[in-house]
Design a protein around this ligand. Structure first.
Ligand SMILES: Nc1ncnc2c1ncn2[C@@H]1O[C@H](COP(=O)(O)OP(=O)(O)OP(=O)(O)O)[C@@H](O)[C@H]1O
Ligand SMILES: [Mg+2]
Length: 143
């Protein structure tokens, strides 16, 4: 830990699905060091992979890389995934109706999954300028 008791690790990832595994491996290494247990690490991996896949699928713009940062504190990990793509009207995104999932049209679950697995989620997006999702998980909250 540095003087402010925060360490930061930053990645710049090409807009290609094959690199999501690099982010998953990175978060596994970081979370393991921090004392998250296996279930918590699985939650982190799923949530962060969903955010990366959104950056690639919806957020991509030309060949711009998207950025992932990990801020490590004593009791929490804050992961931010930021793309400079097309953005969206974030307030228009509805929670999925889990009782009536559309069998023919898959999708629309990623953000819901992220919110269920992480302790705090903040999304900001502006059309044409990109999207940033900041996800926080506390060590040991679910035990
Ligand atoms: N990084 C992003 N850039 C632009 N739009 C986004 C981004 N992330 C999410 N969105 C918008 O929010 C919607 C909901 O995202 P969500 O991840 O919940 O579902 P999905 O990606 O459509 O489907 P799924 O994740 O289940 O495969 C997307 O359809 C898209 O319109
Ligand atoms: Mg998605």
């Amino acid at each position: 830990m540095n003087k402010t008791n925060k360490d930061e690790i930053k990645l710049s990832i090409p807009n290609k699905p094959e690199y999501v595994s690099v982010v998953r491996l990175t978060v596994t290494g970081i979370a393991n060091r921090m004392g998250f247990n296996i279930e918590e690490i699985e939650d982190l991996k799923v949530a962060i992979a969903e955010a990366c896949s959104n950056a690639i699928t919806h957020g991509h713009k030309d060949d711009d890389n998207f950025k992932v940062s990990f801020v490590i504190e004593e009791n929490k990990l804050v992961v931010t995934v930021c793309d400079s793509g097309r953005g969206c009207m974030i307030n228009d995104i509805k929670n999925p109706d889990l009782d009536h999932l559309n069998q023919e049209k898959e999708g629309g679950l990623g953000i819901f999954i992220i919110k269920s697995l992480m302790d705090d989620v903040k999304i900001s997006s502006s059309v044409g300028c990109g999207t940033t999702i900041m996800m926080t998980k506390y060590v040991g909250v679910d035990r």
